[in-house]
Write a protein that binds this ligand. Structure first.
Ligand code: NAD
Length: 334
């Protein structure tokens, strides 16, 4: 069965997803939700989208009466995700939501609850969870090829441009680099180590408090502890380019990936040699896998459901608390 998707938010990432869907085997872009009529016209002709599948932010609840759309992919500024996903759920459509799923764990949980109540699925756009070299490292770890996992390092960042963009407005972003790129190191620590962190410590620095105002983190270093005794040390920043690196150390081996979360190709090696899985367009694989999750009940190697998103939000809440208090913050993610 083909997953018929409408994209909400026709910005830079929405455009990338739309292009990637063109190569999908079982996902089709059939609709749009946008506040900009000129973009809707462009997309209608470019992707052959019928007028009856085009909505704006005011009227998209009417999507509930449209049998030709199965799911809505929400690709808007972070702080809008919660209300938009809840409206999608109330319209009876499956929701795919970009990361971060919300701006805090309570909002994320409200989204999970709304989707459950409506009987629709909620999936988060964690494209790395389907990337072949990443999955190979996870396979090796599960097979015991690295031995006991002892340490993970995740370095994620880029220098952000335009100071007027929504990413630097706390009301729209809910935070700075952590919400945007640091979440990849959080996620990576969890899927590379294969455990949930039980504590976090964190420290913040700012090179430019005028650009990175209160509520917008520029650079945060953070550390996790795990029940096994493993630790992780991570960096999230809007102050450094060429920062996209994962390192995993175990008692029998290691893995190093750089780039580790960019759009690809993901490159890396382990103590056994170079990672050489196929190079894919992340979003193409992601969308077809999501079709299989939604229609076939497929269980992905690393979950991408709303509950998984809430775990990341709980960790981000704890990191911000650790920054503020200077204390070690305990986590109980189950
Ligand atoms: P963008 O600024 O390029 O696009 C945002 C879209 O939202 C635009 O079409 C804009 O018109 C629309 N919008 C609606 N209301 C708005 C408002 N009040 N202010 C600003 N824009 C508004 O942003 P983007 O890079 O496409 O990011 C969108 C989402 O996708 C974010 O949640 C981001 O974290 C996520 N993202 C994920 C990845 C990934 O690799 N998974 C990559 C980039 C972005």
């Amino acid at each position: 069965k083909t997953l018929r998707v409408a994209i909400m938010g026709l910005g830079s990432y929405g455009t990338r997803v739309a292009e990637a869907i063109q190569k999908c085997a079982r996902t089709k872009l059939v609709g749009v939700i946008s506040g900009t009529p000129s973009k809707v016209e462009d997309w209608k002709s470019k992707y052959n989208i019928p007028a009856k599948n085009c909505y704006n932010y005011e009227n998209f609840d009417a999507i509930k009466d449209n049998p030709d759309i199965d799911a809505v992919y929400v690709i808007t500024p972070n702080a809008q995700h919660k209300d938009q996903v809840i409206r999608v759920a109330k319209a009876g459509k499956h929701a795919i939501c970009e990361k971060p799923m919300a701006v805090n764990a309570a909002d994320g949980q409200a989204m999970v609850d709304a989707c459950k109540a409506a009987g629709v699925q909620l999936l988060i756009g964690y494209r790395m969870h389907f990337e072949p070299n990443t999955l190979e490292v996870i396979r090796m770890r599960k097979a015991g090829e690295f031995g006991d996992i002892r340490f993970f390092q995740g370095l994620c960042g880029f220098v952000i441009g335009d100071p007027t963009q929504w990413r630097l407005n706390p009301a729209l972003s809910g935070g700075g680099a952590m919400m945007d790129i640091g979440i990849y190191a959080i996620n990576g620590a969890r899927y590379m180590i294969g455990e949930e962190p039980i504590w976090v410590t964190a420290q913040e620095t700012k090179s430019n408090p005028d650009k990175f105002i209160e509520g917008i983190d520029e650079t945060i270093t953070f550390q996790f502890g795990f029940a096994s005794g493993a630790t992780a040390s991570c960096l999230s920043t809007y102050y450094m380019n060429n920062l996209d690196k994962f390192y995993l150390n175990g008692s029998k081996g290691w893995a190093e990936m750089q780039p580790s979360t960019g759009y690809g190709p993901i490159k890396g090696e382990t103590h056994k040699g170079p990672l050489s899985e196929p190079i894919v367009t992340h979003q193409t694989v992601q969308m077809d896998e999501m079709a299989a999750i939604i229609f076939d009940g497929k269980k992905p190697e690393v979950p991408v459901n709303g509950e998984e998103g809430v775990k990341d939000m709980k960790i981000i809440d704890a990191i911000f608390k650790a920054v503020k208090t200077g204390e070690k913050v305990s986590l109980n993610l189950g």
